[in-house]
Ligand binder design. Structure first.
Ligand code: MN
Length: 377
């Protein structure tokens, strides 16, 4: 069977809203042409409660793909995960019959006598991954080609303290498929083949998101895989280091760097992120360096980060670097802190549940749960 593996479409992502749909549509359309089965490894949506416009656009996209009679199996990612008892948008689309949600379950797809069993586990915050794997405990199906699809950081690629090691993955599957990491990667370790297709849209604007985007084709007969690039907006990141620089030197260097990138990237307007570092001339503060006018161009989408070092700023920068290295969203960090506080106070309430309830306007219910006798959920 020819299997297309897609992940991290991030439909509705604010910064590149139109790109998120166009590029996902291209990937799906190409996958439908090439594949007998399509897998989507989470983060189809950028938000756990997407806007109606995003939902309806997504429904249209998947309806057109599923109309081509290629089955699709999907899981939710960390961006769509909601607490127990709440529905997430991936479930919603599955319930509408657009694809099969294989979170904590498996589905068998058959073609010309060949069986492919897809077992899934949706994304969970890093600290819960061991428990989630235990609860899911997927078992390969005899007589089938078995795939385990999940959505987590892999320790071999992202050295986060709670990230999943490849040796922790359930044994006995013919293929492992993972979303979450936005740079495409192939990993072979512990006798396992792990394919990470990467995202179809740039989101965090990190260095590893440069390069081609697309999806992976895997053939169960030959056991070979191939990356299929799709047309996407070029993304280029440039680190520029200065030494005792003044404002005009900085502006000139930025201008020159941007022009160089624009000329080399074909007809599409590129997204460019400049990271300015190093030292400023004496008496000049980072806040004095106004580069906003450089970002106003009609031939590129430009983002400029100032990371100049000066002794009083170093602490703040280090803190930001640390946060970025942990790859956590503000919400995840908040949930972590809240979980610590709840545990210390002897509550058994899930932090994720509280945050979801608050976001859903159920503040009264949260207060009731926290103040009442019922201290668990
Ligand atoms: Mn993602």
């Amino acid at each position: 069977m020819r299997i297309a593996i897609i992940a991290d479409l991030h439909l509705g992502y604010g910064r590149f809203y139109a790109d998120s749909f166009e590029q996902a549509r291209r990937a799906l359309a190409e996958a439908v042409k090439r594949a007998d089965l399509i897998l989507v490894a989470g983060d189809i949506f950028d938000a756990k409660v997407p806007k109606m416009e995003v939902l309806s656009e997504a429904i249209r996209m998947f309806r057109s793909a599923s109309g081509k009679r290629v089955p699709i199996a999907a899981i939710h990612g960390t961006h769509e995960r909601r607490s127990r008892g709440s529905s997430n948008p991936v479930q919603l689309l599955a319930e509408a019959g657009l694809f099969t949600d294989v979170h904590n379950s498996s589905a068998i797809f058959e073609l010309d006598g060949e069986k492919v069993a897809v077992h899934g586990m949706g994304g969970v915050p890093e600290q819960y991954v061991t428990n989630a794997l235990e609860a899911c405990s997927p078992k390969p199906v005899e007589g089938a080609f078995n795939i385990f699809m999940f959505h987590q950081n892999i320790r071999e690629l992202v050295p986060a303290p709670d990230a999943l090691g490849i040796e922790q993955l359930p044994p006995g599957f013919d293929l492992y498929v993972c979303g979450h990491m936005h740079a495409r990667t192939v990993l072979e370790a512990d006798g396992k083949l792990l394919l990470i297709p990467g995202s179809t849209v740039v989101t965090q604007m990190r260095g590893e998101e440069q390069g081609e985007k697309g999806f992976v084709m895997f053939d169960t007969k030959t056991r070979k895989h191939e990356f299929v690039p799709i047309k996407t907006r070029p993304f280029v990141m440039a680190d520029i280091k200065f030494e005792n620089a003044g404002i005009s030197e900085i502006a000139q260097k930025c201008e020159k760097t941007i022009s160089g990138i624009v000329g080399k990237n074909g007809p599409d307007m590129p997204a460019i992120r400049l990271v300015l570092g190093g030292s400023l001339s004496k008496g000049l503060m980072p806040s004095d360096v106004d580069v906003s006018h450089l970002a106003e161009r009609s031939d590129a989408i430009v983002f400029i980060d100032k990371e100049f070092s000066s002794s009083d700023m170093q602490t703040a920068i280090n803190k930001l670097r640390e946060l970025r290295a942990r790859k956590s969203s503000a919400r995840e960090l908040g949930a972590e802190r809240l979980a610590e506080k709840l545990k210390a106070a002897g509550f058994k309430l899930e932090a994720e549940w509280i945050l979801d309830a608050l976001a859903d306007g159920k503040g009264d219910e949260v207060v009731k749960m926290l103040s009442g006798k019922e201290r668990s959920r």
